[in-house]
Design a protein around this ligand. Structure first.
Ligand code: NAD
Length: 438
């Protein structure tokens, strides 16, 4: 199969690399010349574990290449995947579809034969049908098929997710397109995985419904954590006790500082708008969005309480900035809400993150960057655990407490525990929905 992949972001690059590893011939297209220069040199512009090795292997096998020449890339392509961004539109929370329609139009203009156009980007219900109309309008001479193939990979585990998906969803309108998609994903069929074939609208809806459900699960346990703090229950044990129930499951039940990242915030917002536009408001999703904002605000209060109500001239070390470990993606990370408030209230904020610097440097001005968590806490008045990177999971707390002016910890990921922190010499510990000492 010959595949053109338009967009080399987290989804496009991982999908393109994995498809080439299946044995398909993949040409990845992007407009960003900086990214292309890195990619052509065999370097990945994003941090995703294992991606560089897989990319090098397939480039060496001549199955994977990178270009900005759309005509060339789509010349012989059987399928053209669109994996460009669909960020929140400024002001109203709708998905901004300008990149998708822009890319489809550009592809349509250069196609020399009919192809299957596959929309991998997360797009609101009805978008694939509009893509089909746009294709007909620009190229009435070509009978192209449109397929909705939403992606479910998680940053940080993207390759494994792509290679071992829980399911592949394919929204199609013709048997021909369905066959082509089965061929694209055929190498996966050696293992048992469900390939779910639906209509276009259903495939689009599955993606938003799945993300909104997961965001709801996270937010639910965060709210329970708040109640645990008031009642003396321990949210970790509560989540465990809930998670053993096979109807509930243990995943996405870790209390934390609110969901973030490039998908949940924008996709919950877009789904809420889709509901409103169709006079079928999604009250649960709308509430989840509100509660998640509230959770982030409460995290700031937690830190202020830990510092006796005053941040002015306090030195605070923040460990972890990305919305989760094993990614460099800073989009909508809770750190972007929390850290500026600490800085704004007069704290000297030191930050440590194994991967965030490239993206976060410009987003978080007026903070001091450190490589080493111990150096960052030297003489500090508080340490905030914000992302549970492996690097922060087994710290020598005694060493850390000994270096701090005031050994106090806000553990927003429940990496440690009150007893552990106090035993190590911390004088105050504030966890999420469990025993704390202020
Ligand atoms: P991204 O912003 O990281 O990458 C998009 C890329 O597309 C950029 O490199 C950009 O330069 C390129 N691009 C834009 N217009 C182009 C054009 N006309 N021609 C060529 N290149 C163009 O986006 P992402 O995070 O990979 O997300 C892509 C889509 O996948 C979104 O709809 C997102 O919701 C969805 N998704 C993302 C994830 C995730 O974890 N990031 C997971 C599942 C689904």
């Amino acid at each position: 199969m010959k595949i053109a992949m338009i967009g080399t972001g987290y989804v496009g690059l991982v999908s393109g690399v994995c498809f080439s590893d299946f044995g398909h011939e993949v040409v990845c297209v992007d407009k960003n010349q900086d990214k292309l220069a890195l990619l052509r040199a065999g370097k990945t512009p994003i941090f995703e574990p294992g991606l560089d090795r897989l990319m090098a292997r397939n480039m060496a096998a001549n199955r994977l290449s990178f270009t900005d020449d759309l005509r060339d890339a789509t010349q012989d392509a059987d399928t053209v995947f669109i994996a460009v961004g669909t960020p929140s539109r400024r002001g109203d929370g709708h998905a901004d579809l300008s990149f998708v329609f822009g890319a489809v139009k550009e592809v349509a203009e250069v196609l020399t034969k009919p192809a299957v156009i596959v929309i991998k980007s997360t797009v609101p219900v009805g978008t694939n049908r509009k893509v089909a109309e746009l294709l007909k309008e620009v190229r009435p001479d070509l009978a192209c098929d449109v397929v909705s193939n939403p992606e479910f990979l998680r940053e940080g585990a993207a390759i494994d997710d792509f290679m071992h998906p829980d399911r592949v969803v394919v929204g199609v309108e013709s048997e021909r397109a369905s066959e082509v998609m089965r061929e694209v994903y055929r190498p996966l069929a050696l293992r048992d995985y469900p390939l779910l074939t639906t209509d276009l609208e259903t495939a689009e809806m599955i993606k938003y419904a799945a993300n909104a459900f997961l965001a709801t699960k996270v937010t639910f346990i965060n709210e329970i954590a708040m109640l645990c703090e008031k009642t003396g229950a321990d949210v970790k044990d509560v989540a465990n006790g809930m998670g053993f129930d096979s109807r509930i499951g243990p995943k996405f039940l870790q209390a934390g500082p609110g969901y973030g990242g490039s998908c949940f915030p924008k996709d919950t917002m877009a789904l809420a708008r889709i509901g409103q536009d169709n006079s079928s408001p999604l009250q649960i999703v709308e509430t989840v969005i509100k509660v998640n904002e509230e959770v982030k605000r409460l995290m700031i209060e937690k830190i202020i309480d830990l510092c006796d109500g005053k941040l002015q001239n306090k030195t605070i070390a923040v460990l972890g900035l990305t919305f989760k470990p094993d990614t460099d993606d800073m989009r909508d990370a809770p750190a972007l809400t929390i850290v500026p408030v600490l800085v704004g209230r007069g704290a000297n904020v030191r930050v440590v993150d194994p991967q965030a610097f490239r993206e976060a440097e410009s987003l978080l001005p007026n903070v001091a960057w450190f490589d080493d968590p111990y150096a960052a806490t030297d003489g500090a008045d508080a340490v905030v655990m914000l992302t549970e990177w492996n690097e922060f999971r087994a710290l020598d707390l005694r060493e850390m407490a000994g270096r701090m002016a005031q050994p106090r910890m806000a553990d927003l990921r429940n990496i440690y525990s009150c007893d552990l922190a106090l035993d190590a010499g911390f004088e105050a510990y504030s966890g999420m929905g469990r025993k704390s000492k202020l």
